[in-house]
Design a protein around this ligand. Structure first.
Ligand SMILES: Cc1cc2nc3c(=O)[nH]c(=O)nc-3n(C[C@H](O)[C@H](O)[C@H](O)COP(=O)(O)O)c2cc1C
Length: 213
């Protein structure tokens, strides 16, 4: 085979018709890469929805820090509200909204923690101030004053001034392992395109359904 052979693109990518896609994670990667080029800020920002111990939904923004065939990864304080909710109900939903592209992606699935090795590797890439912040913040716990937080930051900054900051034991990542992924693209007159991929289990094949907008 010639080493100058053109890279093969899936037909839905070259035709520009995402509804012809047959594998959602490749389609997601293509949309994320387009959003990275067009979004003015935070193309990886996503809403993370969880459920609390009483069944009440909760949602907040987090940043996507990795995606592959296993799922969607974000990092946080595991003692935070979201961390405690995921301990009780390891299931979540994500929403991406890329305004510059008029696109939305919805993801639902089961949740696992990333490996210690993955968490250590990602923590090591963070700026030192952010690493110190992870030690200083008891995320989601009541804070008596801004000053108390700044004191905690100064304390850990002094403690780790001359050494590598280790990853706090309560700080790690979660992976949402998708069972459903829906792609939505705005079309004129609200006649939008919606394609939902679903699978019964993580090892089952994806099925694809077009939905009314
Ligand atoms: C654009 C954006 C990105 C954010 N990314 C993260 C993140 O990756 N991890 C995180 O723990 N909090 C992130 N936050 C803060 C969360 O939205 C939230 O305030 C915090 O995690 C506490 O949530 P909880 O009390 O539900 O646990 C982000 C906020 C915004 C607005």
């Amino acid at each position: 085979m010639s080493d100058t052979a053109p890279i093969e693109h899936p037909s839905w990518l070259t035709s520009g018709d995402f509804t012809a896609a047959d594998e959602p994670l490749r389609l997601f990667a293509a949309w994320l890469s387009e959003a990275t080029a067009s979004e003015p800020r935070d193309p990886t920002a996503m809403t993370l929805a969880t459920i609390d111990a009483d069944g009440l939904p909760n949602a907040r923004m987090v940043l996507l820090k990795g995606v592959d065939e296993r799922g969607f990864v974000f990092y946080t304080n595991m003692d935070s509200q979201k961390g405690r909710e995921l301990d009780v109900h390891p299931q979540a939903a994500l929403v991406f909204h890329w305004k510059s592209l008029n696109r939305q992606v919805r993801v639902r699935g089961n949740v696992e923690r990333v490996s210690e090795a993955d968490a250590n590797a990602y923590f090591a890439t963070r700026p030192k101030q952010a690493q110190i912040g992870a030690w200083a913040s008891k995320q989601s716990a009541p804070l008596e004053s801004r000053l108390a937080f700044e004191k905690a930051v100064a304390l850990y900054a002094a403690k780790y001034a001359l050494v590598t900051v280790p990853r706090p034991p309560y700080w790690s990542g979660y992976r949402i392992m998708p069972l459903r992924i829906e792609f939505w693209h705005e079309r004129p007159f609200r006649l939008h395109d919606r394609i939902e991929f679903a699978r019964e289990t993580l090892s089952a094949p994806w099925s694809k359904t077009r939905l009314y907008p």
